[in-house]
Design a binder for this molecule. Sequence first.
Ligand code: URA
Length: 244
Amino acid sequence: MTETMSPPSSDRIRKEMLSLVKSVKGQVLNAENLYVEVDWKKPVVERKNLPSAAKDHVGQLDDLAREALSCVQCSLAEKRKNVVFGDGNPSARIVFVGEAPGADEDEQGLPFVGRAGQLLTDIIVKGMKLARKDVYICNILKCRPPNNRNPLPEEICKCEPFLKKQLQLIRPSVICALGKFAAQTLLKTETPITALRGRFYDYEGIKLMPTYHPAYLLRNPPAKKQVWEDVQMIMKEIEPGSHA
Ligand code: URA
């Protein structure tokens, strides 16, 4: 007896096409982030073929991103659609560090592009009067944990060297650690975020401000008041003429 399979519904085909388009878009954006623009009048330095140590910090960050894009050091590599290395200005004065990519970020290969990302964008654009492209945004983990579960200690351990190098290369004036995982990982502490937030700490010579994660603010809007206080302290630190 031959079994007949019913053809996929048009809704399923539409969903699959949408997912494919998003994934390709993410990969193109990732590739664009790695693309190095050169002024045609200047002699072209083959940056790609220089040893990493001979490159400027932008070239070294590109090399690091390429390394992360092929990382298979933990099992998150098996299920990811895209590695979410980071996005923004490689010479930013402020770097936001979140927890890990979610479904939207995994789909597009870019950090903070879902609902929490929209809130972070509002904080940057409406609150700080900066453009998203002026700051740099990344995460503790570069790959999505399944079902958005919390990062595991061994995943953090494998992935943290990427973040450490990323922060060393960008060397911002301020790091804003978004939520418990970012703050506790960078500060090597188990102190709760409620106790950590609201003041600066030292992270390898860089000022670090822990604050609540935008996803927490979506669940608990009154906490926006405290985030606004933290953000104002950051703005004071990076305003033109400040010592930072
Ligand atoms: N939450 C995070 O911590 N990072 C993202 O990139 C998105 C949501």
